[in-house]
Structures are given as structure tokens and as C-alpha cells.
Design a protein around this ligand. Sequence first.
Ligand code: BES
Ligand code: MN
Ligand code: ZN
Length: 503
Amino acid sequence: MKVSIKRTGVLPSADVLVLGYFADMKPNDHPWWSTFPTPIRHLIRTRLGQPDLRMDWGNSYVLRSPTGRVKGALLLGLGKWPEWTGRRGRLLARHMVSLARQHRWRSMIMPIIHRRGVEVDETTIEQRTISYAMADYEFHRWRTAPPGGWPSVDRLTFLARETKPGWEAAIRRGFMIGQSINASRDLANTPGGKMTPTMLAAEARRVAKEARLTVKILSQPQMKRLGMGAILGVARGSSEEPKFIILEYHGGRKIQPPLAIIGKGVTFDSGGLNLKPEPAMSDMHLDMSGGAAAIGAMTAMAKLKLPLNAVALVPAVENMPSGSGYRPGDLLHSLSGKVIEIANTDAEGRVILADAITYAQKFFKPRMIVDVATLTGAAVVALGQRAIVMFTNRGDFEAEGRAIGETSGDYVWPLPMWEEYDSEVKGTFGDVANASKTRYGGAINGAKFLQQFVDPHTPWVHLDIAPTMTSIEGDYLTKGATGTGVRWLVELARRVADSRFKV
Ligand code: BES
Ligand code: MN
Ligand code: ZN
């Protein structure tokens, strides 16, 4: 897909002309009205405002009217102007592309409309471009193409009477981020049998080479020597060897401590001996979405050449039941020295993250740690499927984290981390229990477990991305992984890099 903004006063040719209308606009209120082909003008004039053509938010109409330059028009209802938000802007962008895919339009033109002195800014252009790229993605690597090939939009051209010099660069940046998101979705969508820890490590190596990141992969014997008993314990039930993936990006001064991003890399989560019941197991090849997001964010940072240092750590394991698997009641000796008591083998994510957090602190002395993980079903219960649950050991990050969510489109919402919750993860025979005895507050308990391994002086954010792991209706994304977390991490990295976010 190629996105561009063209400075012109006339309509070039394309499969479809996309026209946004706010609910209160009359046909000729559209600033490009005089350029519309006559049959389209006629259709809009006779039907706009009729019950079958109302420009309420989310409505869309296809007006077929072949003329020389365009095959038809797509009318998009923008709703009431005062209710317009950037959130709607993202959805509109995806809706447009998803309609184009349905109708197999390959080229679209859209004249830009802006209202009452509202400037088109670079952030918006970048954000929209990310949405276009996300909406044009489909995971079809192992499916036979339909007749006519996979639908995809080749050209998306915006028309403006004036353009600004920064706009092209904003589109390029949006595209870089969009591609990193889609690459992360590819990793996640690949089923467990084709994305084992070994294969994920190989993919990380390939991606790292392309983006010029330093890569190091720890093997099982190396992890044994270091004493990473938590990761090794979870991996024991699988015949697939665990891997510990480390990617480094150097964009800052040499001595500057890195931002550490830790991603849960469970390539398949069966639950282990606490086997998941059907249908809970069905999407569990996506349980490495956090790891995929960490890798995606690193490549985006490198492509954007952000001036900071960052390291991604992805513990990659498969959680399987077997005679050699770890058991409920087992005591695992983690890298931190703390003994983890296994209350439930299905709470495996936090166990592998414990060693990764310790490793990050021990070997990188990071300025900040962010972990990204499809950690709990309870997070989905708490917020539904529209927001990432955020936890932090620095209360003042909550507002900042939410702001990063609004700017980036990876919406997050905080839950509390009060010390009263600490008792939920106290062990009986070990130091820390990986699951609470109560059925309540599961997302908080998961975060509390992780916090036991975080040095209290290190700023830390935990993103439970289980809620947004898969696309839902109204997202205008194809089925499967959403690439959740990448946008949030990239926006965080930007703010850390230019000291808007002080750590
Ligand atoms: N990977 C799952 C969490 C999950 C569930 C992610 C649904 C996405 C969608 C995680 O490893 C898990 O199984 N968590 C348990 C924890 C419990 C045993 C304390 C859960 O949420 O039930
Ligand atoms: Mn699990
Ligand atoms: Zn899991």
C-alpha cells in the first residue's frame, strides 16, 4: 500500500472517491463539491439527508456511478462535528480500508476536509497511516489465494489544496510503525507448531539483522548455568527447548542505561498439568503476543532512529502437560534467589517473566522496565476487549501511561497496586506463589507477583495485553492478532528519548 498526499485542486482517477460528511453538512458544504463528477453530485444532492443517506457517525454508503475518472463514491458519515475525536479518526481510517478490501477497490482518493481553522497536523497523519497499514493486513500465509488474489489497497491518495513539508515524512514514519505492527502480528498469528521457541528465536535473529539490532540468544544449558530455574521449570513439560531472546538497540549515548522491554513469549499455552478446558485453549498460540510486541517495537525504534538505548528480553517457552512437566506444588528456584511456589501451572507467564525481570536488572541496569504480556483472563473480564490493563510502581505514571495510550491508539487503563494486595501472592512453602487462593482480582494478583521481582527503585510498568490480543468486531481489523502494545511502546520510547517522560 502506498499512502500519499497530493497537492491539487482537481480529482485524479481512482477506483473510488472517498467523501467524508459531517452530519450537519449540506451537499455543497463539502469544500471539494465543485470538483465531484456530475452524476455523484446529483446522487448526493437528491439523497443526502434522506433516511437512507444520513451522515451519522459510522455510516457508510457506496454510490456507484461510473464516470471517466472514478468508478464510484464512498460516503462516510463523520457524525456531529463537536463529537469528533482522534479515536474516531483511527476507526474511520480502518473502516475505509476494510470497505475497500470488501469491494476490491485497489485505489482510493480522498479530498481532505477540515473545519473551522482545525489544522491537519503531522501526528494525525502519522496515526492515520498506521491505521491504514493495520487495516490492510491479513494473515494468509498458509491459505490458497482466492480467484483474483488477496484483496489489498495499492494506492491511497489524499488531496489537499495546501500541503506542508513535514507531511511526507509523517506518512513514512506511520508506515514504518504500521509495518512493525504487522510483522508482530505475523509472529503472533503463526500457530504453535510453526512458531516454537526455537523458531521464534530464529525469527528474532532475522528481524534483528534487518533492523541492525544486536541479538543474543541463550540456550537451555546457558540458562541452566545462570540459574534461571523459573523459565526452565515452565519449559520442562515441552519437548521444545526454551530460548531467551535478547535484542539491543543503541540509539543513545554509550553510557546511557537502556529502556528494558520484556515480552511474554509463550509460543503455546496449554495450561500445563492444569490443562485449559475447551474453548480456553483455542487462541493460545497468541500467548507470545507480548514477545512479538517487544520485537516489533524494537524494529520500529531502529527504523525511526530514536535517540535512546533499549533492550528487549523475550523468554520463549511452550507450556505443555507431560510426565516431565512442572507440577502444582513444585518449588522453582528463580534467578533472583526467590523460590516460586507453583499453585497453578497455567499461571506460567508470570513465572518466566520473573527470571526475565531479574536478568534485565542484573545485566542491563535499565532506566525503566516495561513488561508486555498476555497474562490473565481476569484482565479481559475487568476491562473487556478494548483496553490494555496497566500497572506501575510509580503512581505518577498512571496519567502519563493513559496519555501515551490516547496518542498512540493502544489504549490503556490502570488498576491499583496497593500493598494490601501483596498477601495474595505469599507462598506457603516457597517465597512467592504464582496464583492466589481467591478467584478475584486475578489481573492485580498477576501484577503483584511480578512486582516481587522488581527492584523498587526501578520505574516499572506492566501491561496486561490479554484484553486486546485478538481483533473484535468494530475494530475493522482482520481476524487474529492485533499487534497490541507496539504503538504504546514506540510512543513511550519517543517520550523517554526526548525527556518528556523522565526516567
Ligand atoms: N495466557 C493466559 C492468559 C490469557 C487468557 C490470555 C485468555 C489471553 C486470553 C495465562 O497464562 C493464564 O492462563 N492465566 C491464568 C492465570 C490463573 C491460572 C491464575 C488465567 O487467567 O486464568
Ligand atoms: Mn496460562
Ligand atoms: Zn499464558
